[in-house]
Design a protein around this ligand. Structure first.
Ligand SMILES: *[C@@H]1O[C@H](CO)[C@@H](O)[C@H](O)[C@H]1NC(C)=O
Ligand SMILES: *[C@@H]1O[C@H](CO)[C@@H](O)[C@H](O)[C@H]1NC(C)=O
Ligand SMILES: *[C@@H]1O[C@H](CO)[C@@H](O)[C@H](O)[C@H]1NC(C)=O
Ligand SMILES: *[C@@H]1O[C@H](CO)[C@@H](O)[C@H](O)[C@H]1NC(C)=O
Length: 347
């Protein structure tokens, strides 16, 4: 199986569960000295860049940190969105990327890169872009000012397209082959990821004027919180359209009775494995040992999560904050209580 990684592998960092910003310093991408030394060391240290991405890396060295952050935000969001699923996005490596369920998480990377680069522009971190220069929305009330420093969605979108898609665009496969279908699927889903970020961007305003009178407002373009992007993409994922190649080598919908997917929707070309058992070749970790919910009938319920193998019940001790009291002024003090709960674990 041939499998692709959209942006690149962030060396040594995907397995760390630490979310603190400090931990990012372990990543060669985020060591500022690497930029001073010059293009070669930084770009050659990144595992998994395609030829085209290496060139872009050299041209846009100051962007690389944000691409790394964006990709990581995407992976973290994937792990959050899929935490109650059999496949929980925890194996982002070569093999797990072989299947569409896994592959489809990569649109979250494309989206994460738009997000990170657009913000970096606004914050003045990049030499080739600045605040958004998006046109004033037509429906903005006439006396409100337009042009606070907004997230540069336009630039972030274009850069993500250039960089994340480079890997796919530099490949070529025989017309009609499975690989060509997957390439088209990846490009389609990357675009859907970017468009979802773009669709959720909104106008944000700030009041000015004498003591909160709000007689004057300044407004700018603002990206949505990335959690919203994740929520929206998860929904699209659950209603993704099945596709196949037609005789002219184009990707078309398998079931023509449904509305054709747009560039905002996710698509897939093969069913995922069921992820019930560990399988090296599909990158499935299996669900043995996963926590499940005895009373839920959803994917997190023991029946579905454990694939009918049954579960073991344990008593587990958990520590909680409890008896919280508000103290004048201004803090909350809690006790720590231990509680015994039932936990259910897949056999
Ligand atoms: C992915 O595959 C490449 C080439 O086969 C290999 O060099 C690399 O170590 C693999 N990475 C992981 C995380 O398994
Ligand atoms: C692993 O998955 C592959 C592809 O779906 C399948 O052919 C193979 O039988 C599976 N292996 C095991 C041990 O289940
Ligand atoms: C995801 O599932 C694997 C086993 O299938 C488990 O080892 C891992 O802890 C899970 N990750 C999270 C974040 O729940
Ligand atoms: C288990 O699922 C039920 C029904 O969906 C839900 O009400 C409950 O909060 C869940 N329990 C846990 C521990 O998540």
């Amino acid at each position: 199986l041939y499998c692709s990684i959209p942006a690149f592998t962030v060396v040594n960092d995907l397995s760390s569960s630490s979310t603190s910003v400090k931990s990012l310093a372990m990543n060669p991408l985020l060591i500022p000295e690497a930029y001073i030394i010059g293009a070669q060391p930084l770009c050659s240290q990144l595992v998994g860049l395609s030829q085209g991405q290496k060139k872009l890396c050299q041209l846009y060295q100051d962007h690389m940190q944000y691409i790394g952050e964006g990709a990581k935000t995407g992976i973290r969001e994937c792990q959050y969105q899929f935490r109650h699923r059999r496949w929980n996005c925890s194996t982002v490596d070569n093999s797990s990327l072989c299947h569409w369920r896994a592959l489809s998480s990569l649109w979250l990377n494309a989206a994460g890169v738009v997000n990170a680069v657009s913000r970096a522009c606004r914050e003045g971190e990049l030499s080739s872009c600045g605040c958004s220069r998006a046109a004033r929305p037509k429906d903005l009330p006439r006396d409100w000012l337009w042009g606070g420093c907004g997230d540069n969605l336009n630039y972030g979108y274009r850069f993500s397209k250039e960089f994340v898609d480079a890997r796919e665009r530099e490949k070529s496969y025989p017309k009609g082959s499975y690989e060509s279908a997957r390439l088209m699927m990846n490009l389609h889903n990357n675009e859907a990821g970017r468009r979802t970020v773009s669709d959720l961007a909104h106008v944000s305003c700030k009041c000015h004027g004498v003591s909160g009178s709000c007689s004057l407002k300044t407004c700018w373009l603002q990206l949505a919180d990335f959690r919203k992007v994740g929520d929206a993409l998860k929904e699209k994922y659950d209603s993704a359209a099945a596709m196949k190649l037609n005789t002219r080598g184009k990707l078309v919908q398998m079931h023509s009775k449904f509305n054709a997917p747009t560039s905002h929707d996710l698509v897939y070309i093969e069913s995922s494995p069921d992820y019930c058992l560990k399988n090296q070749s599909t990158g499935s970790l299996g669900t043995v040992g996963r926590l499940c919910n005895k009373t839920s009938e959803g994917m997190d319920g023991c029946e579905l999560m454990c694939c009918g193998r049954g579960y073991d019940q344990y008593k587990a001790q958990i520590v909680e904050r409890c008896h919280c009291k508000f103290h004048w002024c201004c803090y909350v003090k809690c006790k720590r209580c231990t509680k015994i709960v039932d936990q259910f674990v897949c056999k």
